[in-house]
Design a protein around this ligand. Structure first.
Ligand code: SF4
Length: 323
């Protein structure tokens, strides 16, 4: 099975167990454009409902970390780190997300939070690397070494359709768990090896580059890891896993897996397809048409505690106030 279809189907199953599921999230602390984790499950913490009531969108971490509270208006350029243009851009993104209210005092842009940010809204974070066919591992081993050394996640797992041999297990770090996935089975996930707990509360080592015997690393502090985990959790909450497009083709249908509908299914290829890379005139089955209409926000809202309309009334009254 292709990795894209495998990933969507697995996400649909993971979502059934609760938590926030998202695809393709960056986990590098120092590296630019570095490690991307295929699927992430963020478990709810004690204040999850408070977070869900705040906004359905990702809240910029620069705004969460800014010296802006609920009650008192603060000058944007004083409260947010960095040059004024960056501070204004962060404040505007936070307002669009529904986290800041913006106003003017003495000709200066001022901000305050619309509600307290609940730090403990998320708990454990699990990362899953999808490799349906272990016969074509690509960068798998180095990706899993990265996760084990950095310890940003609470646990990391390799998910595959392949039969997992002792040789496979020996090649990946012992901390990494292994699932064998069979979507035709009533219980599709077989745990071949349990993951060991990683330690997000300790310092971590980020592998920046490996070339022959030379490995470039960066040491990551506890505070850096904590900030990155929150950024990742926020990204997961705002993004989710339904980040695919529907093919503009007559052969496309709305597919389903594990009760989740709206998946990009192709009746010609008889499987889920990645419209961005597979669909168009180059495909022998292509018949131009309108994309299937599916309401992916409703899909997500009916299956998870994510609230698509959270804060909408507050955002609207804020706009009225300043218009
Ligand atoms: S373009 Fe090809 S792969 Fe995409 S939906 Fe149409 S027939 Fe299927």
């Amino acid at each position: 099975m292709r990795e894209f279809a495998f990933e969507l189907r697995l996400c649909a199953h993971l979502e059934r167990a609760g938590g926030v599921v998202a695809r393709q999230l960056g986990s590098s602390v120092h590296g630019v454009g570095g490690r991307i984790v295929d699927a992430v499950v963020v478990e709810p913490g004690p204040a999850f409902d408070e977070r869900a009531d705040l906004t359905p969108h990702e809240i910029p971490t620069e705004a969460i970390e800014a010296d802006v509270g609920v009650g008192r208006w603060r000058r944007v350029t004083d409260a947010i780190d960095g040059p004024p243009e960056r501070a204004h851009a962060v404040a505007e993104r936070a307002e669009e997300a529904g986290f800041f209210e913006l106003g003017r005092e003495n000709g200066q842009r001022v901000a305050r939070q619309v509600a307290r940010y609940p730090d403990d809204w998320f708990g454990r974070v699990r990362g899953i690397e999808n490799k349906p066919d272990l016969g074509t591992p690509g960068d798998l081993e180095s990706q899993l070494r990265f996760d084990a050394a950095l310890g940003l996640l609470d646990e990391a797992v390799l998910a595959t359709e392949s039969y997992v041999t002792r040789a496979h297990l020996n090649r990946i770090p012992p901390e990494i768990g292994v699932w064998r996935v069979d979507f035709d089975s009533e219980d599709p996930i077989e745990v071949v090896r349990e993951p060991e707990a990683l330690d997000p509360e300790d310092w971590g080592v980020e592998i920046l580059d490996e070339a022959g015997l030379k490995t470039d690393i960066a040491v990551c502090s506890r505070a850096e890891k904590r900030a990155k985990r929150r950024r990742m959790a926020e990204r997961a909450y705002g993004k989710g896993w339904r980040t695919y497009t529907q093919p503009a083709c007559e052969r496309a249908e709305s597919g389903a897996e594990a009760g989740a509908g709206g998946l990009p299914y192709c009746a010609f290829k008889n499987r889920l397809v990645d419209a961005a890379s597979e669909c168009g005139p180059e495909c022998s089955g292509y018949e131009p048409g309108d994309p299937v209409e599916v309401d992916l926000d409703s899909e997500r809202a009916t299956r998870t505690p994510w609230k698509p309309d959270a804060g909408a009334r507050r955002r609207q009254s804020g706009l009225d106030k300043w218009s």
